[in-house]
Ligand binder design. Structure first.
Ligand code: HEM
Length: 458
């Protein structure tokens, strides 16, 4: 993808609104977006680096230049996270409004400051054994010659790691409820195909999707309430994120309500498992079709390590890190970031009106040939330190940037650097499904169909 008028902003007058395609009256550009979300942004990029597009009730601007992406992500006060308020009215449902991914301003700042220590590197080191144990267990359950659906395997794996580390509970009986809630949330956010039509109906309209969603979320709420009650009954037995949230109730500076705790639990369970699962799925998909890169990963896993990784080994796993980063370049799990201009401003030489929604499409920026040679090729070497330094900041931003940068970034990288070498040491995975599956933009970027692989044990 190459942008149409890269760098032309210096000639622009800040009174001018950004250029963009004409949409159909009323529907705006929705029909183009729904048909093919990723292709839609590639087409928009042909209009420039700051491009206007329209959806029903929503005026949006997509941003394709790393400098302007930086302006948006670092420009807190001018840009805030877009909380989909206009759509909430239309859809009649909300996901964790008091959780860290939706709060704004002082409330967000207070929460972030409060939760951050749980994600410090020292604290995370203690989760290494949970990451190893869960991965070893998954691989041990695979039989030689068995066909597996890797997106499902990785989804179960990352959920189990999350619940065993950040939340000290055994997934066991809760797994089905949590997985179903996560699946239904993904389906709700799916804008492709029939989903888009159903999405426009409020959740009280009893469509098949809405019924499933309501049932799944009711069961999930009940499970979360049970977990909170169990912790309240035995506060001394645990040392995890949930206990930390409850303990602070004694602190007069800050009391977390049950509603907040509930929303944080949902936030972490959803934000923290499917993203990493998708990073693993797409990494393995790319390795299956790039045998040289796969053997480099295997060599590192068998020469640098003499068993499963420990936290101390992680800095030496440079090939593994580059492989994971390159996979998240081509298939960024979060896909698209959203902001809202909360005051009138200027971006890339164009006037941005107050209330304009700002879309930051990672997948388009990550495959821009101004920053990446042969952008469609899987080349982990791009992430050698000397080569990364040559790129502008925000040409690559799978974890976002600025104050809202992913709080789980180190946790996720640590997971990837544990899981990839363990699998590489123990099995070979041969791809059975399409090497280039269609992808959907749901809550995360997802393959439209399951990714199937055959296991060969070493
Ligand atoms: C490969 C895995 C992951 C990717 C690619 C990813 C990506 C992102 C991105 C792009 C953002 C910024 C969103 C924005 O600016 O609007 C974000 C925020 C967030 N992520 Fe992640 N994430 C991953 C894993 C995790 C994990 C493991 C957790 C928790 C355990 C987590 C929890 C969160 C939370 C709570 C936020 C909101 C932070 C804030 O606004 O202060 N993520 N993530």
């Amino acid at each position: 993808m190459t942008n149409g008028d890269a760098g032309s902003d210096s000639d622009s007058d800040a009174d001018e609104l950004p250029p963009g395609p004409d949409g159909l009256p009323v529907l705006g550009n929705t029909h183009q977006y729904i048909k093919q979300p990723m292709g839609f942004f590639d087409e928009l990029a042909a209009y420039g680096d700051v491009v206007h597009c329209e959806f029903p009730r929503i005026d949006a601007v997509a941003v394709f230049h790393p400098d302007y992406i930086g302006d948006v992500l670092l420009g807190q006060g001018t840009y805030e996270r877009w909380n989909f308020d206009e759509l909430k009215e239309l859809l009649d449902y909300e996901i964790a409004p008091r959780g860290l991914t939706f709060t704004r301003g002082e409330e967000w700042k207070r929460q972030r400051h409060f939760l951050q220590p749980m994600f410090g590197l020292d604290r995370l080191k203690g989760f290494s054994s949970a990451m190893v144990a869960a991965t070893e267990e998954m691989v041990a359950e695979w039989d030689d010659g068995e066909e597996i659906v890797i997106n499902e395997e990785f989804s179960r794996l990352t959920l189990s790691i999350l619940t065993n580390s950040l939340f000290d509970f055994d997934l066991g009986k809760h797994q089905q409820v949590i997985t179903e809630a996560a699946d239904e949330l993904q389906a709700m956010a799916d804008m492709s195909g029939l989903g888009a039509v159903e999405m426009l109906l409020p959740s009280w309209v009893p469509t098949h999707r809405n019924r499933r969603y309501t049932q799944a979320m009711d069961a999930f709420d009940a499970t979360v309430d049970t977990l909170i009650q169990e912790r309240r009954a035995h506060p001394d037995q645990y040392d995890d994120l949930l206990t930390m949230m409850l303990e602070k109730e004694d602190d007069h500076d800050y009391t977390m309500t049950d509603e907040e705790i509930h929303d944080h639990l949902i936030t972490f369970l959803i934000a923290g498992h499917e993203t990493t699962a998708m990073a693993l799925t797409f990494t393995w998909l790319l390795l299956a079709t790039n045998p040289d890169e796969r053997s480099r990963l295997e060599t590192e896993a068998t020469t640098v390590l003499d068993g499963p990784p420990t936290a101390e080994d992680l800095p030496d796993l440079t090939v593994t890190e580059r492989v994971a980063k390159e996979a998240m370049r081509l298939y960024p799990p979060a896909g698209l970031l959203f902001r809202e201009a909360v005051e009138e401003t200027e971006l890339g030489g164009y006037r941005i009106q107050e209330g304009t929604k700002i879309l930051l499409p990672q997948f388009t920026v990550h495959t821009d040939d101004r920053w990446f040679d042969d952008p469609e090729q899987f080349r982990p070497e791009r992430f050698r330190a000397d080569r990364s330094d040559q790129r502008p900041d925000f040409a690559y931003f799978p974890f976002g940037g600025g104050p809202h940068q992913c709080i789980g970034m180190h946790f996720a990288m640590m997971e990837l650097k544990h899981i990839l070498p363990i699998i590489a040491r123990r099995v070979e995975l041969d791809l059975l499904s399409s090497p280039q599956p269609d992808v959907n933009m749901e809550l995360t970027l997802q393959p439209s169909d399951d990714v199937r692989m055959r296991v060969h044990k070493r």
